[in-house]
Design a protein around this ligand. Sequence first.
Ligand SMILES: C[S@@+](CC[C@H](N)C(=O)[O-])C[C@H]1O[C@@H](n2cnc3c(N)ncnc32)[C@H](O)[C@@H]1O
Length: 222
Amino acid sequence: MTEEVEYQRFKDTLRARFNRYTIKAYHTLPVLDRPFILDIGCGSGVPALELARLSNGQILGLDIDQSALDRFTKCIEEAGLSDRVKTMRRSMVDMDFADESFDVIWAEGSIAAIGFIRGLKEWRRFLKPGGFLAVHDEEGNLEEKLAQITDCGYELLDHFVLDSEIWWTEMYAPLEKHINDIRAQSGSTGVLPEAAEDQRFIEIFKKNPRRYSSVFCIIKKV
Ligand SMILES: C[S@@+](CC[C@H](N)C(=O)[O-])C[C@H]1O[C@@H](n2cnc3c(N)ncnc32)[C@H](O)[C@@H]1O
């Protein structure tokens, strides 16, 4: 395994610590029999694989990042889920699914790519009547976001906040330690570009941690 793959795998193990929130959000939904779930901006598929374990449904993970999708595909195969979990390389702005295709749309950490309100508006038509949308986004402008949910033809079923302490303890503190360990082992050769970029983000996070709390909104199409 290359250092880069090893590093990404480590990040995925940290990401998996947040699966408890994916589980909490999914359990807000009524019991769904074989739902068709679209995961927009699925990345390497950590939440999507959890959705496959939680449901007996079909999961379609969509992302623009081919290397993340390749890692996801490997995990799908390793988990023996190839019959229920598929991937698609496509931008969320170029989705051409038929109207009312999905029972559930899931989007963790991705709606910011087009903006909360644009995502709500553009994705609505892909949901079946009474379908569900789960969005995990930055907590900023929460009151405004909650109002937009109703304005865009949805009902908010529930929402909960993951505060910056959770992000620090579960993600960024162990990631920083891991990067420092790599740095200590590699000596003067430095760290991977991705790790260096993560370290820069961690420094920004430390300066203003409250900016980095997040919110899960569980929404129903009405
Ligand atoms: C913060 S990551 C979240 C990945 C995954 N949902 C998770 O929670 O682990 C955001 C993902 O959105 C994807 N993304 C960004 N812009 C996109 C676009 N226009 N269309 C599809 N995916 C996009 C990125 O490639 C990245 O994988």
